[in-house]
Ligand binder design. Structure first.
Ligand SMILES: Cc1cc2nc3c(=O)[nH]c(=O)nc-3n(C[C@H](O)[C@H](O)[C@H](O)COP(=O)(O)OP(=O)(O)OC[C@H]3O[C@@H](n4cnc5c(N)ncnc54)[C@H](O)[C@@H]3O)c2cc1C
Length: 323
């Protein structure tokens, strides 16, 4: 193995947690082989300092004025030059929206594909990713010539394990790519700003979370009653928020909140990986689902295989009686 590049993404001037998770995956992939951290932008010194604090002994600062703000064209061109100069065996990314935007095109420039959304890395190495809403795990191995491009699912690796004690302090290298403004075909708009939060799911101790099994917005009061009876916050899977049945700030999962309550009660939620990564840190998971083979039962401590429209009213009644 001639080397691994872990490409770290920043947000508001700091390297994202998802990037440290990808760096942990890169370390898992490399074993004893060194992993180089790659930071990108117009001013990368603070990002390089963050990478050094995590114990990276090789840090590459891909620096150019045209790399801030982000554009797919500039990132693809800059990383292509870096990869051709370094010939790594693996290039590892966080599976962020930004990476989804440019990494498939980057991989194509090397005649490769992006092995995306990886949830585990086995010896070989084999990369696992889920198919069909988490019902199948597929494993992939790089059989092509050239670097293997991998993006890592949120929550699949522990960010803390990216950190090591370096033998010697890192001396960041600067890699100035050759970029021309004419190469960049897009003009970035204002970054998206979310609305102010009115609920803090991250610190909730009990959460009742509702999924598509609830069938209709008109049925949401049923789970609201359950949440109230339990003294819990109400949360939801993505389709519920996408449909506008509950606000987006109540979404749990890879594109929503990460929660770690003492109790997580999943009602009519299948257990897709994008949902699981947001709640698998919960201390006790209880699932209600009419499909006994639903993937949510694999992470549940207690499961009720049944119709939520029968189970939830009975639970509410039981909780009221127990008071
Ligand atoms: C890039 C990306 C990001 C994503 N981010 C997120 C995210 O942040 N959060 C998230 O949740 N999802 C996310 N998703 C979507 C995710 O892949 C799933 O589609 C979603 O989690 C499924 O939601 P669900 O479990 O509510 O619905 P479904 O998968 O449709 O499951 C509904 C479940 O309800 C059960 N059910 C139906 N009727 C009843 C009943 N009467 N009683 C009991 N059980 C019943 C069914 O058996 C089924 O298991 C993302 C997807 C992508 C591609």
């Amino acid at each position: 193995m001639s080397g691994i590049l872990a490409v770290l993404q920043d947000s508001n001037g700091h390297i994202t947690r998802l990037s440290w998770e990808a760096a942990a995956a890169a370390r898992r992939l490399g074993g004893e082989s060194p992993v180089a951290a790659v930071v990108m932008g117009a001013q990368t010194a603070p990002l390089a300092a963050e990478a050094a604090a995590q114990g990276f002994t090789r840090i590459i600062r891909v620096e150019h004025a045209l790399l801030t703000p982000y554009t797919a064209d500039a990132f693809t061109a800059a990383l292509e030059q870096l990869i051709r100069a370094n010939s790594p065996d693996y290039v590892v990314f966080p599976h962020s929206y930004q990476v989804r935007d440019f990494a498939p095109a980057l991989a194509c420039r090397f005649g490769q594909v992006l092995i995306s959304d990886v949830t585990a890395i086995g010896d070989g190495p084999f990369f696992t990713r889920q198919l069909l809403q988490g019902r199948l795990n597929a494993t992939y191995r790089n059989t092509g010539n050239g670097p293997c491009f991998v993006s890592v699912q949120a929550g699949a690796f522990r960010a803390e394990s990216a950190k090591t004690q370096p033998a010697a302090p890192a001396e960041p290298e600067i890699f100035p790519p050759t970029l021309d403004a004419a190469q960049i075909r897009t003009r970035p708009g204002e970054p998206f700003r979310g609305t102010a939060q009115t609920v803090d799911l991250g610190s909730a101790q009990r959460i009742v979370s509702v999924g598509r099994g609830i069938r209709d917005a008109a049925n949401i009061p049923l789970v609201e009653d359950l949440a109230q009876a339990l003294g819990a916050e109400l949360a939801a899977s993505r389709p519920i928020c996408d449909a506008g049945w509950l606000p987006i700030e109540r979404q749990v999962g890879s594109s929503g909140h990460t929660v770690s309550p003492r109790l997580y009660l999943a009602v009519g939620i299948s257990g897709a990986i994008q949902h699981l990564v947001g709640m698998k840190g919960s201390q006790c998971v209880v699932a209600i689902n009419k499909d006994p083979d639903a993937p949510i039962f694999e992470v549940a401590d207690y499961g009720i295989a049944g119709d939520l429209f029968e189970v939830v009213p009975a639970l509410i009644e039981g909780l009221k009686t127990a008071r």
